[in-house]
Ligand binder design. Structure first.
Ligand SMILES: [Zn+2]
Length: 314
């Protein structure tokens, strides 16, 4: 089974790119973030690699559209990596030079010389291009944890300058990014749920987005239950937080006319909670003459029901 990262890349591969500016943005991002420069007697070369066939096909078609060029393509098997195939796509000679200048990896100086840029080089200008650019960056060096493991999107880079430039670019789009170093690689990562979701939405990975959202809701409800279970009279703050959530849920169900359709025991529970917002589960249990787990079960049902009807974590 494909990893969540690969699935997300496959999904993003199905996004159609409609304008030339966006095609350039996506391709330049891939070149900048996974392109490897080679120099030999024939001149310079730029090699992009991926393990996903549709991503390779996408690179080929973008190169065709943007540079009107054909590339060398090579499939590499690496036995030590469980024979995972890597697909290498290379531009050579004048075409490589043209591509390197376009994506800003190669800069020309006033006196006719040139140098390789360590930083980000080309930056997308339009909002439409930003989305395409983020998609390119994700294809090139992005990975993410599956939704069940939490929110974590990361980009693995050789250059510290490039990592820092990517952080700045993400910041400018209200995506909070952080930097760290792992095994001599520079890692840029995003871990706030809102930011990870925003990234997925922008690159057009809507299924991945929905899977993440679902998982978030489930986790939210579980946390809620744990919070209720852990409550004790000595822990007023926790009690208040859980109670507040229960009260909001009950008020919502009341407004929507759903509460009156519930069983008597559930309605009584709701009434007690509204009447004694600060009571602990133990206290409620005593007042209602039922067990603490009975109270927990009923409150949990109310919160769960509200969450389901609201279709989100609220
Ligand atoms: Zn555009």
């Amino acid at each position: 089974m494909a990893s969540f990262s690969s699935q997300t890349k496959l999904e993003a591969c199905r996004v159609a790119v409609r304008s030339d500016c966006c095609r350039r943005a996506e391709l330049y991002a891939m070149m900048r973030f996974c392109g490897v420069i080679g120099i030999n007697r024939q001149g310079v070369s730029l090699t992009l690699s991926t393990s996903i066939e549709p991503v390779a096909q996408r690179i080929l078609s973008l190169v065709r559209r943007v540079f009107d060029a054909e590339c060398d393509i090579r499939r590499v098997e690496r036995e030590q990596l469980n024979r995972i195939e890597r697909i290498e796509i290379a531009l050579v000679g004048e075409q490589a030079r043209e591509a390197l200048l376009a994506c800003g990896m190669l800069q020309e100086t006033d006196d006719g010389g040139s140098f390789f840029e360590d930083g980000i080089g080309y930056r997308p200008m339009n909002d439409c291009c930003m989305d395409a650019y983020l998609r390119g960056v994700f294809f090139a060096c992005g990975t993410m944890l599956p939704p069940s493991k939490g929110y974590h999107l990361e980009f693995v880079l050789e250059s510290a300058q490039l990592a820092s430039d990517l952080c700045d670019l993400l910041y400018s789009m209200d995506i909070n990014a952080h930097m760290t170093v792992r095994k001599e690689k520079n890692i840029v990562y995003v871990k706030e749920s809102e930011c990870v979701l925003q990234y997925l939405a922008r690159i057009g990975a809507h299924n991945a987005y929905l899977q993440m959202e679902d998982e978030r809701m489930i986790r939210e409800i579980k946390n809620d239950v744990n919070r209720s279970v852990n409550c004790s009279t000595a822990n007023i703050n926790k009690t208040t937080n859980a109670a507040l959530k229960q009260i909001r849920a009950i008020e919502f169900l009341e407004r929507e006319g759903v509460l009156r359709e519930q069983s008597l025991s559930i309605r009584q529970m709701a009434e007690m909670r509204l009447e004694y917002p600060e009571a602990s589960l133990d206290e409620l249990a005593q007042m209602m003459n039922i067990t603490k787990s009975g109270v927990n079960h009923r409150l949990r049902k109310l919160v769960h029901l509200a969450a389901l009807l609201q279709g989100s974590e609220e």
